[in-house]
Design a protein around this ligand. Structure first.
Ligand SMILES: [Zn+2]
Length: 183
């Protein structure tokens, strides 16, 4: 998964009707037409269903949770902050309030495990947030603070200050592989 899949940019350039979501429908046999339409327009669904390329594929792919390294996004960016991970319920649920207790527990457990993996790779802190302004599908951001980050760089700028660890798809895939080895 991931390798050979189209990029986010390529998928979003297609007409919406070509974004067929067979895997999502197979995962949720009870899903009705509304669910299918929601998933077809959702970037997070496309990422965790393997329909757009994420660096080195999914890091976590259980029945409940998908997690991956953020790909370069949004356009016209061609790079991404290295170590920026996303943890999502597979179900197209808008936010924490929309999760069942069991889903919330599993999403939370993977946030903890992936945070430990980033710390094992040297992060001094792992910032977590879920905002939901752009996509109506819960995705928890994990943003590491790498040890070389100057003290005067605030948490909002650990990913974009001059000298921040950023890289293109291949560098993100290398980082994703290192995270996977720590899980
Ligand atoms: Zn979705």
């Amino acid at each position: 998964m991931g390798h050979g899949a189209p990029s986010v940019r390529e998928v979003l350039a297609r007409p919406a009707w070509t974004r067929i979501r067979l895997r999502a429908v197979a995962r949720a046999p009870g899903a009705g037409e509304d669910e299918r339409v929601e998933r077809s327009g959702c970037l997070v669904c496309q990422e965790i269903d393997g329909e757009v390329a994420v660096p080195d594929g999914l890091l976590v792919d259980t029945d409940t949770v998908g997690a991956f390294h953020r790909p370069p996004w949004p356009e016209p960016d061609d790079d991404v902050f290295l170590g920026h991970l996303l943890v999502c319920p597979h179900r197209h649920a808008a936010d924490w309030a929309a999760l069942t207790d069991d889903e919330a527990a599993e999403v939370g457990a993977w946030v903890a495990r992936l945070s430990r993996a980033l710390k094992a790779l040297g992060a001094t802190r792992v910032y977590t947030m879920s905002l939901g302004h752009a996509v109506d599908h819960l995705h928890v951001h994990l943003v590491p603070r790498w040890p070389e980050t100057p003290d005067d760089v605030s948490w909002q700028h650990v990913d974009d200050y001059p000298g921040a660890r950023r890289g293109e798809m291949e560098a993100a895939a290398d980082l994703a592989r290192r995270v996977r080895e720590e899980l």
